[in-house]
Design a protein around this ligand. Structure first.
Ligand SMILES: *Cc1c(COP(=O)(O)O)cnc(C)c1O
Length: 415
């Protein structure tokens, strides 16, 4: 979405204010142009013989988004059996889905085996059980390279005390399990966390993967996970994917030479592919002044966009109704009956009740983390494709709030 003259427009001349009229607020809008741009950037950045991008669909699981990535040629990274089923439902081939769960039961892993998807195992206990029962099914092993990366403790998953992955110090034990069971290891994987700022950190992890990989002769792929940081405001730092691509490609190609075979380089980004494609539009219900603060209270809250409250994430906020008004300082809050602050002391063009505000970077971990807290409806979702808007999820209704409930009847009994 760009400011053109005195109004904001999506590509193809779509006016966000008209979308808010047509579909009502609050509203999630996803621009497929940006998803495609990000996918192409990744594909172009890595100069290797074989590359596969698996979209980490927990970021945004709408079926139409999954279908769009399938059409681009992407695979799918899934973390639950339900995500596997969503992928299969929209037509991903099983071999284009990788299942990377954490702390799930062997039963669930066996279901994934039944579906024929790639299996990524992240602890030795399961590896051993898996090897005893299913030694003919090739697996990928998730390594924990023990590097502290990621924007906050909640999203750093590769450090020494993390619950994710098998410590690379335990590789001797892994090798013994593999030998004893006859398992075939087809992939080596790491995922160190979200919002990695520094290519060097990523490269350190990569070296550990290469070092581990050389001991497994049956590899088909090495999966470097994700964690690419995207910009949250103009001039914000972000992962320099082109620079990283050059460095990783050179190392990867050299490794394949040493290894004696061309392997597939895999990545599984969520945020990088969809974060910037998403816009969340809300309406200002109340402008309220206290002694020290001017609040803009909007028709949404932590039920629709929890990242600011949960991770302390920054989402840029603009008043799309007043592109040319003078900025003032606001604290933007939600309508949920507890503190749900979206942003403190933000410079936003002078806000009047009824104005539409836009939250940027609303593609990843926004709708997919939404809830019905306070018995509110989850918003509708709209996709922009080739200059047209398409409704890809209806807003909830009263029916949705109660449809799974089973009501007791107390009318005929004493309580
Ligand atoms: C969440 C997750 C990802 C995606 O992380 P982003 O920061 O959104 O790119 C990739 N791989 C695994 C295993 C994950 O759990």
């Amino acid at each position: 979405m760009n400011l053109e003259g005195n109004r904001y427009l999506f590509e193809g001349g779509i006016d966000p204010l008209e979308l808010c009229e047509k579909y009502d607020c609050p509203l999630y809008v996803y621009d497929t142009n940006i998803m495609k741009r990000q996918y192409k950037r990744l594909i172009d950045a890595f100069k290797v013989k074989k590359i596969k991008i698996n979209y980490a669909c927990k970021a945004l699981t709408n079926l139409s988004v999954l279908k769009f990535f399938k059409r681009l040629g992407s695979g799918l990274d899934t973390v639950s059996i339900q995500e596997v089923r969503l992928g299969l439902q929209v037509g991903f081939k099983p071999e284009d889905i990788i299942y990377t769960p954490n702390c799930v039961s062997l039963e669930e892993i066996k279901m994934a085996v039944e579906y024929g998807v790639k299996i990524n195992i992240d602890n030795i206990s399961i590896l051993e059980q898996f090897g005893q029962e299913l030694k003919n099914v090739p697996v990928c092993i998730r390594i924990n390279p023990h590097i502290m990366a990621g924007g906050s403790a909640k999203i750093s998953v590769g450090h020494i005390d993390s619950k994710f992955g098998i410590s690379f110090h335990q590789m001797p034990l892994v090798k013994r399990v593999v030998e004893a069971t006859g398992l075939k290891v087809e992939g080596i994987h790491m995922h160190t966390g979200s919002d990695i700022m520094d290519s060097e950190v990523f490269l350190m992890g990569a070296e550990i993967l290469f070092n581990t990989a050389k001991d497994f002769p049956d590899l088909q792929y090495i999966d470097f996970g994700s964690g690419f940081k995207v910009p949250y405001k103009p001039n914000d730092i972000s992962t320099d994917i082109e620079d990283l691509g050059e460095k990783i490609s050179a190392r990867f190609n050299a490794f394949c030479e040493e290894y004696g075979r061309d392997l597939t380089l895999m990545f599984e980004p969520g945020k990088f592919l969809v974060s910037e494609s998403g816009y969340f539009f809300v309406k200002v219900n109340v402008v309220k002044q206290t002694l020290s603060t001017v609040f803009a209270g909007v028709d949404s809250g932590l039920n629709h966009l929890i990242r600011p409250m949960f991770y302390n994430s920054y989402h840029r906020i603009e008043n799309v109704s007043k592109p040319t008004a003078k900025p003032r300082i606001y604290t933007v809050v939600g309508y949920i009956c507890e503190t749900d602050t979206f942003g403190v002391n933000r410079k936003i063009n002078e806000v009047q009740e009824g104005d539409i505000l836009c939250f940027y970077n609303a593609g990843a971990y926004c709708y997919s983390m939404s809830s019905n807290y306070n018995s509110r409806f989850r918003p509708a979702e709209v996709m922009i494709f080739e200059g047209k808007d398409y409704l890809i999820r209806e807003r909830d209704t009263m029916e949705d709030l109660v449809k799974k409930q089973v009501e007791m009847n107390f009318d005929t009994v004493e309580v």
